[in-house]
Design a protein around this ligand. Structure first.
Ligand SMILES: [Ca+2]
Length: 170
C-alpha cells in the first residue's frame, strides 16, 4: 500500500475521533473550567465532562464523554481551537478560547435535569449527569441571588445533529 493510501484513512479516523471526543480530562483543561466558573482549586473534576464508575475501575476516556462534554465539543469557539487533547500546556489564546467556550454553554442544561450548567457547577453537582442535580431548595436559593443563570435553549447549531457534524467533515 502506498503512503497516500494509508494516510487518508488515518486522517479521516483521527478527524472523526477529534469530533467525537475532544474533551479529554487534562489538568490545564480542568484549570480553565475552574477559572471560567470561579471554582475553588479542589472543586470540579474529570466528572464535569465524563461519566464513569470507579468501582468498575473505569477512567475518563473519549468513550464516556457526557452531555456537558458533548455540548462543549460541539461549541464553535471550542472547535476552532483545534486538537486540545494533544497539548499538555494551553497557550494564552487556547486558554481564553476554552474559557469563552465554557461560558457560551454555561446556561445550557446539557443533561436536561432542569438546572443550567453554571448552576450545577456552582452548586457542586454534575452538569453532564442527570442523576447528579441540585435539590429544588438549593436551586431556588441560588436563583434568588443569581437570576441570570437559569437555563436557556441551545441554539440550533449546538444541537449536534448528524447533519451538522457531517458538514464539519466535508
Ligand atoms: Ca443540568
Amino acid at each position: 500500500m502506498s503512503p497516500t493510501k494509508i494516510a487518508a484513512p488515518v486522517l479521516i479516523l483521527s478527524f472523526v475521533w477529534v469530533l467525537s471526543a475532544p474533551a479529554l480530562a487534562l489538568k490545564p483543561f480542568l484549570g480553565e473550567v475552574r477559572k471560567a466558573f470561579n471554582l475553588g482549586e479542589d472543586e470540579g473534576s474529570c466528572r464535569i465532562c465524563h461519566t464513569f464508575d470507579d468501582t468498575k475501575k473505569e477512567k475518563p476516556t473519549e468513550h464516556n464523554v457526557n452531555a456537558f462534554g458533548k455540548d462543549l465539543s460541539r461549541n464553535k469557539t471550542f472547535r476552532s481551537l483545534g486538537e486540545l487533547e494533544e497539548v499538555e500546556v494551553l497557550n494564552d489564546k487556547q486558554m481564553a478560547g476554552v474559557r469563552a467556550a465554557l461560558l457560551e454553554i454555561a446556561r445550557y442544561d446539557s443533561d436536561g435535569d432542569g438546572a443550567s450548567n453554571i448552576e450545577e457547577l456552582k452548586l457542586g453537582t454534575g452538569p453532564g449527569n442527570p442523576k447528579s442535580t441540585p435539590t429544588a431548595d438549593e436551586l431556588a436559593k441560588y436563583r434568588n441571588d443569581h437570576p441570570d443563570t437559569t437555563p436557556i435553549a441551545k441554539p440550533a447549531e449546538a444541537s449536534g445533529t448528524k447533519k451538522s457534524r457531517k458538514k464539519e467533515d466535508d
